[in-house]
Each structure stands twice: as structure tokens, then as C-alpha cells.
Design a protein around this ligand. Structure first.
Ligand SMILES: [Fe+2]
Length: 266
């Protein structure tokens, strides 16, 4: 008798923005404390974590001690951790602290690829040094196509920091992904790509490109609103995303802390 695939459960955490000083706050929000609260919620709920994906902005100050603090907080899942950088990341420092999880050297892109049952999960590095916006180049598209070619029967989930869509937000779209049309075209041409999980915008949203759903996920710390002409912070509980991959498709939802304990100060 044919065996059915057990769902593979992936947690996506994004935009941790941890600071070197453990008491420091970002716009009034204690990012390290809230990340620890999120981790406690995951552990208390005894959720199965087959893989943990961090979609960038591990730290706010890009300092080695801040990355070491992140590593220590994520220690329950270091053996199943996958990472891509955000704009608030430094590839060289990331590599120096997570050398056992990240291959390559120096400023080389940090992509990842792993199989999850009948799915292929790809992490895309959209970091552009010195820029808040991201970049996706032809080389990255060629890498995706090659990965798809090597797993012709897989459904594909992408993980990346900068969403490859416009959000109809004046200020968020100013700091979006240059070259997003390249990835949109790739998604349209490759229906195996069914889900794209992003960070960067610190709030939950869902969009469609071709046959794929593009989702954004709340930060584990400070929350944004797409409203307004410039960066807008809102009082909302930190969160993370649960993704269950099955042989028939996927289920995904955002989970949040039960209360908003801190209000951002502009
Ligand atoms: Fe961020």
C-alpha cells in the first residue's frame, strides 16, 4: 500500500532586529525580549518544528555579539535552521557566527535549498549592501531554474526577505525589490513555484503572482503599517508563520503573541 507523506512543518521567523545591548529598544520595542517571548510560545505549544527559516534582519546593528545572541536564542533548532539575509544583515558576520549552517565565504550570496517531503524549499538572498531596497539579478533566476530542473517533480516554496510584489504602500514600495519583474516572470513560467514567504514589511499580507501565493509575515519584534507616506509603526503583537507542506499542497497561517505589551514610539 502506498504511504502518505507526513506534513512537513516549517516555522518562518523574520525581522528579529536584535541589538547588542540586551536591554536596548528599537523605537520603544525591546526586540530581544519579544523574540524570546515568541520562542517561548513555540516551545510551550509543543509545536513540531521540522525546519526553522529566518528570512532576514537577524540583527539591527549587524554586530557579531548580536548575531551570537540570536544564535543562542535559536539554539533549540540549530540543526534544522535555514537563513537568508535582509537589508539589516552583514553576510560576512552572519557566516562568522553561523558557519555550520551557511556555506561559501565573505560576501557571497547566502541562498539555501532543502527537500521537505515532495517539496523543494529555496532561500533567495536579496541583500544589496548599503541599501534598504533589495535586488534580484539574472544569476539568481538562473540558480532557481537550475534547482527546479534538478527536482522536476517537486512543488516549490521560496523564502526571501524583500517581497517580489508591490504592496500599494507609498513608503514600503520605495524600499522594495529591484528586479522583482524577473522573479514574477520566473514564477509565471514555472507553476511548480506555489508559495513565496517574505519578510521586510513587518506585517501580514497575501498576494498572487501566476499560480503562486506571495505572503508577508509579521516581525518577531516591531510591527509596521503600509499606511502613510513614510515609515509607520503600529502597536500589534509580534508573530511568526507556520507552513505545513503536504503532497497535495500547503497550509499556512500567522500566529501571534496573545497581547501587545509595548507601544512603538515614533
Ligand atoms: Fe526588518
Amino acid at each position: 500500500m502506498r504511504e502518505f507523506m507526513k506534513p512537513v512543518r516549517i516555522l518562518q521567523l523574520t525581522d528579529l532586529h536584535v541589538l547588542e545591548d540586551s536591554e536596548a529598544r528599537l523605537k520603544g520595542i525591546p526586540t530581544r525580549e519579544l523574540l524570546q517571548d515568541v520562542i517561548r510560545k513555540i516551545q510551550d505549544s509543543a509545536e513540531v518544528v521540522d525546519h526553522l527559516v529566518i528570512t532576514g534582519d537577524h540583527t539591527h546593528d549587524e554586530l557579531p555579539t548580536s548575531y551570537s545572541a540570536v544564535r543562542s536564542i535559536l539554539s533549540p533548532w540549530l540543526d534544522r535552521l535555514w537563513q537568508v539575509p535582509g537589508n539589516h544583515d552583514d553576510r560576512t558576520v552572519m557566516r562568522s557566527v553561523f558557519g555550520d549552517r551557511i556555506s561559501g565565504a565573505g560576501q557571497q550570496r547566502i541562498n539555501f535549498s532543502f527537500k521537505a517531503g515532495s517539496w523543494l524549499c529555496l532561500g533567495l538572498d536579496t541583500h544589496l549592501p548599503g541599501s534598504v531596497s533589495g535586488l534580484i539579478e539574472d544569476q539568481q533566476i538562473e540558480w532557481i531554474v537550475e534547482q527546479l530542473h534538478n527536482s522536476p517533480d517537486s512543488r516549490v516554496a521560496l523564502f526571501m526577505h524583500h517581497p517580489p510584489v508591490l504592496l500599494n504602500s507609498v513608503w514600503m514600495d520605495r524600499i522594495g525589490l529591484d528586479g522583482r519583474e524577473r522573479l514574477q516572470k520566473c514564477i509565471e513560467q514555472n507553476p511548480a513555484i506555489q508559495l513565496v514567504c517574505c519578510g521586510h514589511v513587518h506585517h501580514e499580507s497575501s498576494h498572487r503572482v501566476g499560480g503562486a501565493e506571495i505572503v508577508t509575515t509579521p516581525s518577531t519584534g516591531i510591527q509596521f503599517s503600509p499606511d502613510g507616506e513614510s515609515a509607520t509603526f503600529v502597536a500589534a503583537p509580534p508573530g511568526y508563520r507556520v507552513i505545513e507542506l503536504t503532497e497535495h499542497g500547503y497550509r499556512t497561517e500567522v500566529r501571534r503573541l496573545s497581547e501587545t505589551r509595548y507601544v512603538p514610539v515614533p
